[in-house]
Design a protein around this ligand. Structure first.
Ligand code: PGA
Length: 257
């Protein structure tokens, strides 16, 4: 049984004061979800603030049920890599999760599957859970190659270890990110089922336990239908995660599913 997992990707939004307020509102609204579900079925919740606010977010959340993640990490463990942040540094300040291979990193920073693979490996060495993002563009979907693209990204990122230990997959069609367009629940389920099959060939013992999240314009209004699908185990939420009410409604939907 995969307990629902909902991850907030705050991207490069907010400032210190607004992010402090957001942390406390998210904590409160998530606690109210816990109350509604009788306290026995809460989803795992993770928030990923921008780097400068991570340490403070960890401190503010203390021993609350919400964990903290980062939006990226370096492929290297340490050294002369100006501007990079090592996975071990993130672990050191209380991060337990890290997003890798987000399409915005692939697109704006030209991250290749090989680099993403090195980041997954670095996250693992530091004891973090890597949230590996895959997803096709609109053109690739229209050309009928979406499944191939996603397979290459998945296999490329896991080529070293051939293991799904400490990995969560996030399927995020690029055309759905921040656009208000969402894959239909059936389209998303079809890709998640494809991913689950591929994962089975990579690491058969972990595949059934490994979460596959959907991401791309997840909102309070479409979360229920997405989470009803058999292979959708939660969500990676961008825009809606900046609204504590919307985020907690998505968490509640994941628990109800
Ligand atoms: P969105 O972003 O929810 O704003 O579409 C999702 C993501 O990029 O992870």
């Amino acid at each position: 049984m995969r307990q629902p997992l909902v991850i907030a990707n705050w991207k490069m939004h907010g400032e210190r004061s607004s992010n402090r307020a957001l942390v406390s509102q998210v904590e409160k609204s998530t606690a109210s979800v816990l109350a509604k579900t009788g306290g026995d079925a809460l989803a795992t919740c993770v928030v990923c603030p921008p780097y400068p606010y991570i340490a403070e977010t960890v401190a503010l959340l203390g021993d609350s049920a919400i964990a903290v993640g980062a939006q990226d990490c370096s492929h290297a463990d340490a050294g002369a890599y100006t501007g990079e942040v090592a996975a071990a540094m993130l672990a050191d300040i209380g991060c337990r999760w890290v997003i890798v291979g987000h399409s915005e990193r692939r697109q704006y920073h030209r991250e290749s599957d090989a680099l993403v693979a090195a980041k997954v490996a670095a996250a693992r060495r530091a004891g973090l859970t890597a949230v590996l993002c895959v997803g096709e563009t609109q053109e690739q979907r229209e050309a009928g190659v979406a499944e191939d693209v996603v397979r290459e990204q998945l296999e490329g990122a896991l080529s070293d270890a051939r293991s799904l230990e400490d990995v969560v997959i996030a399927y995020e069609p690029v055309w759905a990110i921040g656009t208000g367009l969402t894959a239909t629940p059936e389209e998303a389920q079809a890709m998640h089922a494809h991913l689950r099959e591929l994962m089975d060939t990579i690491d058969g013992s972990s595949a059934p336990k490994t979460h596959i999240l959907y991401g791309g314009s997840v909102k309070a209004t479409n979360a229920d239908a997405l989470f009803e699908q058999r292979d959708i185990d939660g969500a990676l939420v961008g825009g809606a995660s900046l609204d504590p009410e919307a985020f907690s409604a998505i968490v509640l939907a994941s628990v109800r599913a």
